[in-house]
Ligand binder design. Structure first.
Ligand code: CDP
Length: 226
């Protein structure tokens, strides 16, 4: 057993479904590492915007991803040595991220970086294609969703708390557009893995979401007799 690859819990789902907060809660409870794969796509988008790389220049974007100078330290996110934690969480960068995420060369370039997060004692990975493409052998796959209205409401609260000025209407439109682009792209489209458990968090608290995933994970342990 000592040669087995470290355990992965894959948590996928659409924008603002609660997957990031739930994934972090699960990682904290189990003492596992945490991968926010969306931040890599957001970093590629931010770098492209800074460098003036057009969002339809596929080879230019693939190069940005290949040479990305990213850093993740103590929950902070760096680009070229600069803390960009708030810069990558604007709606403009989220929209640009979903555009760069369509490019197969970008996804290919980020694959190894994501897999490098798989370390003992385990990893909770959050994104769109954790269970389908990046960690198809994950021990547990959960697909977290919620209604678009509930997701827009959550993202509205988050952005307003951070001092951004947005309207609920424009967020709902952004979320619907992003869902459509993420689900319809050819490369690693957003969809539950065949072996994923679906969790709808509409009307469900974060704590209940975390408890749900932990319970499924513990069931797994008892099935394998330890
Ligand atoms: O937090 P939210 O769900 O709004 O966004 P995110 O997880 O940070 O992802 C931003 C964008 O990156 C998504 O709209 C996807 O287009 C893309 N993405 C992806 O294609 N694959 C992933 N594993 C993670 C994110």
């Amino acid at each position: 057993m000592t040669d087995a690859a470290p355990t992965v819990i894959a948590i996928d789902g659409p924008a603002a479904s609660g997957k990031g907060t739930i994934a972090q809660g699960v990682a904290r409870a189990l003492g596992f590492h945490y991968l926010d794969s969306g931040s890599l796509y957001r970093l590629v988008a931010l770098k492209a915007l800074q460098a003036g790389t057009a969002l339809d220049d596929e080879s230019g974007l693939a190069r940005v991803a290949e040479t990305l100078n990213s850093g993740f330290v103590d929950g902070r996110t760096f680009l070229d040595g600069v803390d960009v934690g708030s810069a990558i969480h604007t709606e403009a960068v989220a929209t640009a991220a979903s555009r760069v995420a369509v490019v197969a060369g970008v996804r290919r370039a980020l694959l190894g970086r994501q897999r490098a997060f798989r370390r003992r004692p385990g990893l909770v990975a959050d994104g769109r294609d954790m269970g389908t493409v990046v960690f198809p052998d994950a021990a547990l796959k959960v697909y977290i969703t919620a209604s678009p209205e509930e997701r827009a409401g959550r993202r509205y609260k988050q952005l307003i708390e951070k001092g951004n000025s947005v309207t609920l209407e424009s967020l709902l439109r952004d979320i619907r557009e992003r869902d459509a682009r993420d689900s319809s792209r050819a490369a690693a489209p957003l969809k539950p893995a065949a072996d994923a458990i679906i969790l709808d968090t509409t009307g469900l608290s974060i704590e209940a979401g975390v408890a749900f995933v932990l319970a499924r994970y513990r069931e797994l342990g008892s099935e394998h007799g330890h």
